[in-house]
Design a binder for this molecule. Structure first.
Ligand code: FAD
Length: 359
């Protein structure tokens, strides 16, 4: 690995990417550039685009599966900083740590992202898959995303509507080569120190209140952190259950017709009274639970005999027990996908972004 410093921009050659990911997996990048200002980010993107070098944007590496061969091109690590709160408006630089930003909003008495506490990674990545948990998602509070548009070669401000947010998806995820997020703006709510109405039954239950109720912000955040920790969903370097990308699969959204077929298959396999989880997911669509499917297909917590296994705390997290390769992880993921398809006719889709590999 060769290191070079161009002004303040740090540049490494043949740089390992595994330590930059929460899976701790993946080979090296030809070049790794760390940018600490928007101008450095833009300069690095322009330089790569000018000579046709493939570009991989890396935030906190908590939603990345990088192939064992690594990345042939420039990996650009976004390490910009900036957190401005003015009234109920929050603006975050893309490189800010999301969990710190959430803690700051709670301290400031502002509601809207308190249930997104504990989600690892950077603020700039939150719009990419419209991060969500425990009844909140950033689509509700983001007002604008400031991004560098690689196609037009200029910085643009996108309204929330222009970001086309949906469940674990956005315009950025749909068109990953186009935008590099520089800053994200949020509009929060001043509810006199109370949280947004709790939407998630599990959180409400843990707090001893009803869904729809508000609770003191700090209590909402701490409860979510506690629930998440119990599922291995808060990073802990000592705990291999958190050497993951969180949920490895998204919850399948089926058309009502496909859901009826799936429902019949569930009853055939699990008995007449069997009911799969079903949540409304927009006109004519129903969402079911990937965790339920995986579990009922026989892949229970801790499944796997090798160095990549299902988390012992959550069926939806695939984990590196310390010595796995990306191929080990993918072999497990493929086994789960094939098993669920065979049992229930539903094809699971990966949530993390795959770099140089696929299922
Ligand atoms: C233990 C654990 C729990 C998790 N829980 C949740 C959860 O509850 N809900 C949830 O939604 N997610 C969850 N995740 C997934 C992950 O934390 C989020 O998706 C997070 O937003 C990823 O941020 P990151 O900075 O690590 O992105 P990275 O992994 O670095 O990148 C992810 C993708 O975003 C792109 N990207 C990153 N930054 C930018 C940028 N500035 N501009 C353009 N593209 C960019 C990358 O190129 C890549 O395609 C969890 C992960 C772990 C490890």
């Amino acid at each position: 690995m060769v290191s070079r410093s161009l002004g303040r921009v740090q540049e490494l050659h043949d740089a390992p990417l595994a330590p930059l990911t929460t899976f701790r997996l993946g080979g090296p990048a030809t070049r790794l550039v760390t940018a600490t200002t928007d101008a450095e980010v833009i300069a690095a993107v322009r330089a790569a685009d000018a000579d046709g070098t493939p570009l991989l944007i890396v935030g906190g590496g908590s939603n990345l599966v990088i192939g064992d061969k690594g990345f042939e091109g420039t990996a650009l690590r976004i390490a910009t900083r900036g957190c401005e709160l003015a009234g109920t408006r929050l603006e975050l630089a893309a490189g800010e740590t999301w969990t710190d930003a959430v803690a700051r909003t709670v301290e400031a008495g502002l509601a809207g992202v308190e249930c997104l506490a504990g989600i690892p990674g950077s603020a700039g990545a939150t719009p990419i898959q419209n991060v969500g948990a425990y009844g909140q998602e950033v689509a509700t509070t983001i007002t604008e995303v400031i991004a560098y548009d690689r196609r037009e070669g200029e910085t643009v401000t996108l309204t929330a509507g222009e970001c086309a947010f949906s469940y674990r998806h956005s315009r950025f995820k749909a068109d990953p080569e186009r935008f590099v997020v520089l800053r994200v703006r949020f509009e929060l709510e001043d509810a006199d120190g109370l949280s947004a109405p709790l939407k998630y039954a599990e959180t409400a239950r843990a707090l001893g209140v009803e869904p729809g109720d508000r609770v003191p912000l700090a209590e909402a955040r701490e409860t979510v952190l506690k629930l998440r920790a119990g599922k291995g969903m808060v990073l802990d370097p000592q705990d291999h259950d958190t050497w993951s990308a969180g949920s490895f699969f998204t919850n399948p959204i089926l058309t009502d017709a496909d859901f009826a077929v799936f429902h019949a298959r569930v009853r055939e396999r699990l008995g007449d009274g069997a009911e799969p989880p079903a949540y409304p997911a927009g006109e004519g669509h129903t969402k079911t639970s990937a965790a339920w499917l995986i579990d009922k297909a026989g892949f229970t917590k801790g499944y796997g005999g090798g160095p990549a296994r299902i988390s012992t705390k959550h069926t939806l997290a695939l984990t590196n027990r310390g010595s796995a390769t990306t191929e080990d992880l993918l072999a497990l993921a493929r086994e789960v996908v094939a098993g669920v398809r065979e049992a229930f006719g539903v094809t699971l889709v990966n949530e993390p972004v795959m770099v140089g590999v696929g299922l």
